[in-house]
Design a protein around this ligand. Structure first.
Ligand SMILES: Nc1nc2c(ncn2[C@@H]2O[C@H](COP(=O)(O)OP(=O)(O)OP(=O)(O)O)[C@@H](O)[C@H]2O)c(=O)[nH]1
Ligand SMILES: [Mg+2]
Length: 348
């Protein structure tokens, strides 16, 4: 059966069949619109087909409106919710999301493999406990390394209030990857949800019955409008997304020195005693330190923000990672004005 979908100017007929990869309604009429497939017999749309088979990623700009209505409807259920977050990109607005969804909730801290092995789990858990957001439990996992997934399943079973369990969180946190892992580990299904390093891979809810007792619902991620991933090309997206354990890079830094990452970030050390900056960003990214940088103009045309850093704070660059600073100081941060940066207490 077909029905009309009004996508701005263009009216196209969509089927009622959802793409098994991203959840969008399939249609075979307009190649330029979401959900296009050459034949409605197919289970996935052309965009998912290309991502899965050729690693060809196509960026879709999503607004948060649809997503917020999905969150709201999740909040109206009594079902257990998994809130998945990427340890390298912890959300600034975690509190707001928690408020929107009063459900029983497990906080799943994903991508542990990207942090140095020396980082203690307990420390991470305590950091999030201190936010007082009333999670049933906080669990550190690595979907890629299949780490702690058995334990997570046990705790899902323990807390679930019905068969249905939702996966929510920001885009790119690894929600679809986690559900795929649960399918692979604990069911005999072969369905695979599309995963990609680009934001907004999943476009609509996808329901997956793992077994008679557990049905998981994947959701599209909340778009991080300030993420650097939205403004760099797909090649750089891959470079920024760590697939291996990060080797933190530490720089002893003094007044009038600067740190530059690739061609998108400059940090000037304006005021303060000799300090130590440790960069938690992907290993492949080029970092250089400028000594005596006051006369060097590199990247100074980017938007400048001045921060008064307190003792023991991180500078977070949305989508990129974070910089752990030890002492108090004043820094100037130069980056594209669409990218969010903020300070927080040292996470590790
Ligand atoms: N290093 C590392 N990367 C991971 C892990 N889990 C997922 N990723 C990567 O994170 C990226 C995003 O994964 P997805 O599963 O598509 O994320 P999502 O939350 O479903 O994203 P949206 O559908 O856009 O909301 C992909 O490049 C994954 O390979 C992990 O445990 N470790
Ligand atoms: Mg997804």
């Amino acid at each position: 059966m077909k029905k009309e979908a009004n996508l701005g100017e263009v009216v196209i007929m969509t089927s009622e069949k959802k793409c098994m990869g991203c959840g969008v309604l399939l249609q075979d009429e307009n190649i330029l619109q979401e959900g296009y497939t050459t034949s409605l017999e197919n289970d996935i749309c052309q965009r998912c087909f290309r991502m899965k088979n050729y690693g060809e990623y196509q960026m879709i700009a999503k607004s948060n409106e649809e997503y917020l209505s999905i969150l709201k409807s999740v909040g109206e259920t009594k079902d257990l919710v998994l809130y998945i977050t990427d340890l390298l990109n912890v959300d600034k607005d975690m509190e707001e999301i928690r408020k929107a969804i009063p459900n029983k909730m497990i906080l799943v801290l994903n991508k542990k493999d990207a942090l140095p092995k020396s980082v203690k789990e307990e420390k991470l858990i305590n950091y999030f406990k201190d936010l007082n957001l009333n999670f049933e439990e906080i669990i550190v996992v690595s979907v890629n390394k299949n780490y702690n997934i058995d334990y997570l399943l046990k705790r899902i079973k323990y807390y679930q209030t019905s068969k249905t369990v939702y996966a929510v969180g920001h885009t790119n946190a690894g929600k679809s990857s986690l559900i795929n892992k649960l399918i692979k580990n604990y069911s005999d299904k072969t369905q695979e949800i599309t995963m990609s390093p680009l934001p907004s891979t999943t476009l609509n809810t996808i329901t997956i019955e793992i077994n008679d007792y557990l049905t998981l619902i994947d959701t599209p991620g909340l778009v991080d409008s300030g993420s650097i991933l939205n403004i760099v090309d797909p090649k750089m997206v891959k470079k920024i997304s760590p697939v291996k354990e990060i080797k933190p890079r530490t720089y002893q830094i003094r007044r009038n020195q600067s740190i530059i990452i690739e061609d998108f970030l400059r940090i000037d050390y304006v005021e303060g005693e000799k300090n130590s900056f440790t960069l938690y960003v992907a290993n492949g990214l080029k970092v250089k330190r400028l000594l005596n940088s006051t006369n060097k103009e590199d990247l100074k045309d980017l938007n400048k923000t001045t921060y008064q850093v307190k003792y023991g704070e991180d500078l977070v660059v949305s989508g990129l990672g974070f910089i752990k600073m030890v002492d108090k100081c004043e820094i100037d941060v130069y980056i594209d004005k669409r990218v969010d940066t903020f300070l927080r207490r040292n996470m590790i």
